[in-house]
Ligand binder design. Structure first.
Ligand SMILES: [Zn+2]
Ligand SMILES: [Zn+2]
Ligand SMILES: [Zn+2]
Length: 380
């Protein structure tokens, strides 16, 4: 349901956004001030509290209270709200401030906090500390108590698939949901969302020990990553450079000989039919479109049958492909108009039948050298 209906004063029983945000902020702050969130709790006390479900609000509160406050003070009623917020915030500051963390000079506080600066400088300082810490490790629940809560919980849960007699697993799941195995890495999204099993978390944790990711988002190593930078670089060189040189090759063929054989070879080796170094460069099809020859005409038809997009944009150039020399004069060479060629290719592709006329015999070619030799033979 669009939020404008929920929050619109024009409907009866509407939800006053500022009021509920403030209420939620107060709840979170009060909760964080309660004794079970005290850093001084012993491990025995923590165990007892975990099993009683006292921490089911912990992640939500510690994650959200600051955003809720920013939500309150961004509204027009903020001046009035500040007076309601200052005393709970002062209590929070007194009980929960992390004195080991002092405000980093490089991170400026959010401008919205300015309204606290004069009315309540202590609270302003507290909020600035939290704000800059938040920015240093985005979204992390960072308190020492949280680390201890999850350590205790982890120790209470069975280590193996088969459960111990009278174990606590079900009790803990009832209180905290199914995803109770949290990742311990500070800026990881699974620190909050967790996993259902220990083994799923262990599998996930291995991704943190492979921090060097491949830069190509389509590559399987874009997420998994490598243990060292050297290994990642070697991978980039071996797999991505080669792909790039194939695409460079295709662009060259398209802007010179328009050899279908060579293009077929390059595409069969992995060159992307739209391949180009930068989005502003011409696609192979647009290179060929600048030429008015039988070779270029055949070449364009071949690329279309390989799935090239005739309308792929490039750079700031606005002239349409139909206005280029090649497509304009294509009927002279192929006996049909550009639109007919495009439509035919589309139909062919729709039948799940990518080009057969490019000649499967070229599949047999195994190296550039052979392809070039074949090319020379046919033209020479
Ligand atoms: Zn168990
Ligand atoms: Zn993680
Ligand atoms: Zn890769």
């Amino acid at each position: 349901m669009p939020t404008r209906y929920l929050f619109s004063p024009s409907i009866s029983g509407f939800i006053n956004r500022t009021e509920v945000t403030l209420g939620l902020a107060m709840t979170c702050i009060t909760y964080l001030c309660q004794p079970h969130n005290d850093q001084e709790c012993s491990n025995e006390e923590l165990q007892e509290n975990v099993l009683s479900g006292f921490y089911s609000l912990h992640d939500y509160s510690s994650h959200t209270w600051f955003e809720l406050i920013l939500g309150c003070i961004s509204s027009s009623e903020e001046k009035e709200l500040i007076s309601q917020l200052t005393s709970p915030l002062q209590l929070l500051l007194e009980l929960r401030a992390n004195n080991e963390f002092s405000r980093s000079k490089q991170v400026p506080p959010p401008p919205r906090l300015e309204c606290f600066k004069e009315t309540c400088p202590d609270v302003y300082d507290l909020l600035c500390n939290v704000a800059s810490f938040r920015r240093l490790c985005e979204g992390a629940e960072h308190s020492k108590i949280r680390v201890r809560i999850y350590k205790v919980m982890n120790e209470l849960l069975c280590r193996t698939e088969s459960h111990k007699e009278m174990c606590y697993c079900d009790t803990i799941r009832n209180h905290y949901g199914r995803r109770i195995f949290k990742c311990s890495v500070v800026d990881c999204q699974f620190r909050r969302h967790g996993f259902e099993t220990r083994s799923a978390r262990a599998k996930h944790a291995s991704s943190h020990t492979r921090p060097w990711k491949c830069a190509d988002p389509s590559c399987e190593y874009a997420n998994g990553g490598f243990v060292s930078r050297k290994m990642r670089d070697r991978h980039l060189e071996r797999y991505h450079q080669r792909k790039r040189s194939l695409e460079e090759g295709l662009a060259r063929v398209a802007s010179t000989t328009c050899s279908v054989k060579l293009a077929h070879y390059l595409i069969s080796r992995g060159a992307n039919v739209e391949g180009r170094q930068r989005p502003r460069y011409r696609t192979p099809l647009r290179h060929a479109a600048r030429r008015d020859s039988y070779e270029a005409a055949k070449f364009m038809r071949f690329l279309l049958l390989q799935g090239a997009d005739p309308y792929a944009p490039f750079g700031k150039l606005t002239n349409r492909i139909e206005d280029e020399k090649g497509p304009k004069n294509i009927s002279k060479w192929l006996g049909k108009s550009w639109d007919a060629v495009v439509a035919e290719a589309k139909e062919e592709l729709g039948r799940g039948n990518p080009d057969q006329r490019g000649g499967t015999s070229y599949e047999a070619l195994t190296s550039h050298a052979e392809a070039f030799a074949a090319e020379e033979e046919s033209t020479g």
